[in-house]
Design a protein around this ligand. Structure first.
Ligand code: NDP
Ligand code: PMR
Length: 399
């Protein structure tokens, strides 16, 4: 049922407080609602090129720990002083939005070489230049997460560069809210889960070996999550809600010709597939933590950077959504953050000495102070995390 524009707020918001998350909000498309029915080396050789009632969110998000005011990431710290070399951070999807802003924030400290892992080399190069990133602080390597061959080639190329790996940020994502039919990766997985979860899973599993070898004082593997995959929040209760079900679609390979393109085995829904993929991202981070933190000392983290309503993530959405979403988030939910602010937040998770805790899903309060947030029941389900891990391994031939 379509949502009337007049009903989208504030009644929709109060419905959640009363525990009726979907009151007035049914299957949807405008604002969720279906209007139309609708080490550093100084030079690198190829293949690595050095380049040149307002909504009260605090009633929804419950902090487990006190908020930590976040210091500027470029402040000298005892940890930074001990560091003799620049850190190397691989960031996927650094050609726009959050990834680019994070790359810029890290590059500007002069303490990081950012490896921008991107599917469109020229776009990444242009983006880095127009962001004003200095050549000596970044390099670009090709990575298409929609192809497992490309992921494996990226890993080989990275190793050939000879750089140690100190931080990996799994940031890239696609979102197809208006797609009527699924599209597929080169390996036949539904595209949103294929890129956002499966491609990153393989990349992170492979590069974990490289991170283990690094002598950097604080090594971190970060997988970007989102509020919309967490059904313990208002945003996570906007239909279609994330739900991995019994994972039968994932087990079957996420393809309609052999089963279902959706993780839960249901009918294809692009918006749900994205939210499901974010649940997988947050579960994967926790499973990494349980399996590897103690032995390796690597910190595993996820985060919700805030609603960056202006990014390319919404490029496939209808025009009306793209026009109204930023003011809606700025003035009504007050969840809006600029790309720059979101980039600073993610850069903190990469390098701030106070954010080393592993297994954490970070969020920021309205004063932009970080806090350890609580995940939804499904996004923190230990058994589901293990199953998602094992099934994904199986699809990748790792088990
Ligand atoms: P953007 O669309 O601006 O950035 C996504 C990036 O992913 C782009 O650089 C894109 O490359 C890249 N990408 C897409 N497909 C592939 C692929 N097959 N292989 C390699 N790279 C690919 O969106 P955001 O910056 O908003 O999204 C970044 C992260 O932030 C995502 O994980 C998203 O889920 C998360 N997030 C975003 C929020 C928001 O409000 N925007 C809120 C919460 C989380 P290209 O430039 O070539 O298209
Ligand atoms: Mg949401 C506190 C309220 C809040 C927040 C923080 C977000 C974040 N959203 C909120 C509320 C609402 N949204 C309400 C009340 C509605 C109904 C009008 C609504 C709708 C909506 C739509 C249709 N919101 C959306 C969409 C999208 O297509 C975005 C999405 O789900 O992408 C997957 C989205 C988002 N809202 C957010 C955030 C952060 C997003 C986008 C990105 C993401 O999760 O990665």
């Amino acid at each position: 049922m379509a949502l009337q524009a007049s009903s989208f707020l504030p009644s929709a918001l109060s419905a959640h407080k009363e525990g009726k998350a979907n009151g007035g909000l049914k299957d949807s498309a405008f604002l969720g609602v279906n209007l139309s029915e609708h080490r550093i080396k100084s030079s690198f050789s190829s293949p690595l090129l050095t380049s040149g009632k307002r909504l009260n969110a605090s009633t929804i998000i419950r902090a487990q720990t006190a908020a930590t005011a976040s210091p500027a990431i470029n402040k000298a710290s005892p940890e930074a002083k001990r560091t003799l070399r620049k850190g190397n951070a691989v960031i996927t999807g650094a050609s726009s939005g959050l990834g680019l802003a994070t790359a810029k924030a890290l590059a500007e400290t002069g303490k990081w070489n950012v490896v921008m892992a991107c599917r469109d080399f020229l776009k990444a190069e242009k983006a880095a230049k127009s962001a004003g990133m200095a050549k000596e602080n970044y390099s670009i390597m090709h990575l298409d997460l929609a192809s497992l061959d490309s992921v494996r080639q990226f890993v080989r190329n990275f190793r050939q560069s000879g750089m140690p790996l100190d931080a990996l940020v799994c940031n890239a994502a696609v979102y197809f809210p208006t797609a009527g039919e699924p599209t597929y990766t080169a390996d036949g997985f539904e595209m949103s889960v294929g890129v956002n979860h499966i491609g990153h899973f393989l990349l992170a599993r492979e590069l974990l070996e490289d991170m283990k070898q690094s002598d950097y004082p604080s090594r971190r593997l970060i997988i970007v999550g989102s509020i919309t995959g967490n059904t313990n929040t208002l945003a996570g209760n906007i239909p279609p809600k994330a739900n991995l079900g019994d994972l039968r679609g994932l087990a079957g390979g996420l393809n309609e010709t052999t089963g279902s393109a959706m993780i839960d085995g249901g009918k294809f829904d692009g918006a749900k597939a994205y939210k499901d993929s974010k649940v997988c991202n947050m579960l994967t981070m926790q499973e990494f933590h349980r399996r590897y933190h103690e032995d390796t000392g690597i910190s595993f983290a996820s985060l919700y950077p805030g609603c960056i309503a202006t990014t390319g993530l919404f490029r496939e959405h209808i025009g009306l959504f793209r026009t109204l979403f930023p003011p809606f988030q700025k003035y009504i939910t007050k969840g809006f953050v600029s790309e720059e602010e979101a980039g600073n937040r993610l850069a903190q998770v990469v390098s701030d000495p106070s954010l080393t805790k592993s297994g954490v899903y970070w969020s920021w309060n309205k004063n932009s102070a970080s806090f350890e947030n609580q995940l939804s029941q499904e996004a923190s389900d230990v058994e589901k995390a293990r199953k998602v891990w094992e099934m994904t391994e199986k699809l990748l031939g790792l088990a």
